[in-house]
Design a protein around this ligand. Structure first.
Ligand SMILES: [Zn+2]
Ligand SMILES: [Zn+2]
Length: 555
């Protein structure tokens, strides 16, 4: 055997130097497996881009060698790229039950279910994929059925924590399997890749159960309705709120597509226990005694069209917020979303709701990621020869490396790597090799098209499909239209040009007229609504996707 065949190459393709789009490839000889295939949401400056996924040029170049994608858990930053990359890379997907149920939903929507092989893995059982033996190890995190991976290769064992915290009193499920981590540590682990997300937090992340007393207190003392928002994937949080509701004599209702879908999936798989007669149908919410209900809504990050955003501006079919209602944001405020979230909460305050959104008066949210002491414990248990921090911006990786230095349990080297950096492991040690192509790919979720770079995308858009700028003048005080919307187009070719402009103007008018005063006063909401409606209309009429940039003038 030649030397290269005795080497293992590890290539991070996403999630190192950023939060999101986690992905890492392992290559031994002619066999590649990929750990996770995540996406991330674009920063606001990426106009018109729906989401961002890792550049998989490297995997495409070696398409015939890729054997599998192995998933650690079902969060978007670990599975969200699948619908896009499976078109180029049709390989079996391995994951736990709940993770695969979420994947199944995703790829069904993308029309890829029939062409995709899903292989459910039971944690603790070893599976063979080419020269690799993979064991999924239960870990605790903010969603369910999460695992770390131990991958036995001919060169040594690679451990990847996935996302984790160490919750000794989990709400359900297997808990964090410390013993298996220790077993691999005793056997000897070549390299550990560990979650760095919360490395800036000293101490220990509280158990998921820590939210119970405060939420129960709020639910018990709430004079009227309780509306609680958390991530729709936080099945344990949802379970606890259901349990709290039943303690305080309230029933529950679920609103928002992702919330309803995830509750249904988790309930079907028996990961969620909902007593009979506990759920109020959404169409019955309005008539239900406000003192007897907790409404769980998705949209904790104030996503423009989400339930909570709609509720905040009184544009939800089934739920409104009135004076004395209680609104609880049981989730993290993700950096970058602060403005949108606080604008949404301001609407709630304006309606004189009682609004709770941080832990200042009692814990209403806990993180799903390990703090420093838990990260140290994993390092102690695994005592790897090489340690490579993953999942974080560069400073998080750097600080996680520093933490490992401080512990002194890493016998070989601590390596700071970024996306595309290739590390070769062989009997002589670990070596940095030439980087491979890596980076971000912008995706338009409507068309499932990849866009190489945002600039290229905009240029392409402009050259092929042009730009459409609806200009709307709104009276600052009344929220009413000052004049007919104006539609300016450039480079937007169409046979029925003037009809289309007239139609587009009608669409804009309709969007504005069907929005209420609060929505009209909230530029980000109204702009997004106009963008979405116009995009749909123009695409239907012309099959083109011009760049749409709504402009609102306050007069
Ligand atoms: Zn996660
Ligand atoms: Zn993650």
């Amino acid at each position: 055997m030649s030397k290269t065949l005795q080497s293992l190459f590890v290539i991070p393709l996403g999630g190192l130097g950023e939060f999101g789009m986690n992905m890492m490839a392992l290559r031994y000889g002619d066999d590649i497996i990929v750990i996770d295939a995540g996406m991330m949401f674009p920063e606001s400056e990426l106009l018109g881009v729906d989401l961002v996924i890792p550049d998989i040029t490297y995997l495409k170049q070696h398409r015939q060698h890729v054997r599998a994608i192995v998933l650690t858990h079902g969060h978007e930053d670990h599975i969200g790229a699948l619908p896009y990359i499976l078109r180029d890379l049709n390989v079996p997907i391995y994951g736990t039950r709940f993770t695969l149920a979420l994947v199944k939903k995703r790829i069904t929507e993308a029309g890829l279910l029939d062409s995709t092989t899903l292989r459910e893995v039971i944690p603790g059982r070893r599976i063979e994929i080419g020269p690799y033996e993979v064991e999924m190890i239960p870990v605790t995190h903010s969603t369910i059925d999460c695992v770390a991976l131990a991958v036995r290769t001919p060169v040594g064992v690679i451990m990847h924590t996935g996302d984790f915290k160490i919750d000794h009193t989990p709400v359900g499920g297997a808990g964090f399997d410390i013993h298996t981590f220790a077993r691999y540590g005793n056997e000897g682990v070549l390299a550990l890749f560990s979650d760095s997300t919360n490395v800036e937090r000293p101490g220990i992340t509280p158990s998921e159960r820590a939210v119970v007393p405060r939420i129960e207190e709020l639910a018990r003392s709430a004079p009227k309705r309780v509306i609680l928002s958390c991530f729709a994937s936080s099945i344990h949080r949802i379970q606890q709120v259901i349990d709290i509701a039943s303690h305080v004599g309230r029933k529950v209702a679920f609103v928002g597509r992702s919330m309803v879908d995830n509750v249904e999936i988790a309930h079907d798989l028996e990961y969620l226990r909902i007593p009979d007669g506990m759920v109020v149908r959404s169409q019955d919410i309005r008539s239900f005694d406000p003192r007897k209900i907790i409404i769980m809504a998705s949209g904790s990050q104030a996503e423009p069209m989400s339930s909570l955003s709609r509720i905040a501006v009184d544009n939800h079919r089934f739920v409104s917020v009135d004076e004395g209602d209680t609104v609880i944001l049981s989730s993290r405020i993700i950096p970058g979303n602060e403005k949108a979230i606080f604008r949404m909460l301001d609407h709630m305050f304006r309606r004189r709701a009682l609004v709770y959104y941080d832990n200042s008066a009692g814990v209403i949210h806990v993180s799903g990621h390990a703090s420093q002491e838990e990260q140290k414990l994993v390092l102690q248990l695994v005592k790897p020869k090489y340690f490579i921090p993953v999942h974080g911006e560069y400073r998080h990786l750097f600080r996680h490396a520093a933490l490992a230095h401080q512990l002194g349990v890493v016998s070989g080297e601590i390596l700071l790597a970024e996306n595309g950096h290739c590390i070769e492991f062989n009997e002589d040690g670990a070596f940095r090799r030439d980087p491979v192509a890596a980076g971000r790919v912008m995706v338009d979720s409507g068309s499932l098209e990849e866009i190489e770079e945002v600039v290229v995308r905009d240029r392409k858009h402009l050259s092929e499909d042009g730009v459409v700028v609806p200009i709307i003048a709104i009276d600052k005080h009344t929220g009413k239209l000052e004049s007919q919307p104006e539609i300016v187009t450039r480079g937007f070719m169409s046979d029925n040009g003037s009809d289309l402009v007239t139609g587009a103007r009608d669409i804009v008018l309709r969007t504005i007229n069907t929005s209420n005063a609060e929505e009209r006063a909230d530029w980000s909401v109204i702009k997004e609504k106009i963008r979405i409606d116009l995009k749909r209309y123009i695409n239907k009429q012309t099959s083109k996707r011009p760049l749409i940039l709504p402009v609102i003038l306050e007069v």
